[in-house]
Ligand binder design. Sequence first.
Ligand code: NI
Length: 223
Amino acid sequence: MQQQAIIDKTASYVKAQLEGEGSGHDWWHIFRVWKNALYIASHEKGADTFIVELAALLHDIGDHKFHNGDETVGPRMVREWLEKLQLDEEIIAAVCAIVSGLSYKGACTSSAMPTLEGRIVQDADRLDAIGAIGIARTFAYGGHKGRELYNPAIKPVLHDNFDTYKSSTAPTINHFYEKLLLLKDRMHTLTARQMAEKRHRYMEGFLAQFYAEWNATDYPEQT
Ligand code: NI
């Protein structure tokens, strides 16, 4: 099968799996990550775009967040799909390694990605977690999990292991401090780092306005 046909088939498979999903991990998230990854790859020399596209498309299939924290489901489903398409073992292994290394595990955990393709897909996924879309997705996910928007009494925690990060039930605003605001400095590629700057500033502006409204400091001056 031609590479383009494999990409198209994989996109249809992922779309059918994730369409209409309501927690911010829907098909359109995948679509944006796919496009962001291709954009970054076009600016970073030497990446195998076939692997970048496959990994971007498949990166949230079987996400641990939807399988009771089981991190092995994703790579297993990805492998099954790619074997069905009869791809070379070398490509299958490369894509599976990216998918299993991708997710964010807490503020004080490391996120090493050994391949350029993996670094590009991880950057693309993280770009979709920040900025205006990141804000929208974060509150959608918080709602999906039944979390409070904000609770001034509950302070953010910088998690140093994946289990405590995964089991957190903190208000959604805390997630900005535990993950979103940290992502800008965790981008691997220069292209993504530059894109992250603007999205990061937008989130800072959002938070400033959020607290101004929450604390009623944005009332017009009374005369
Ligand atoms: Ni994702």
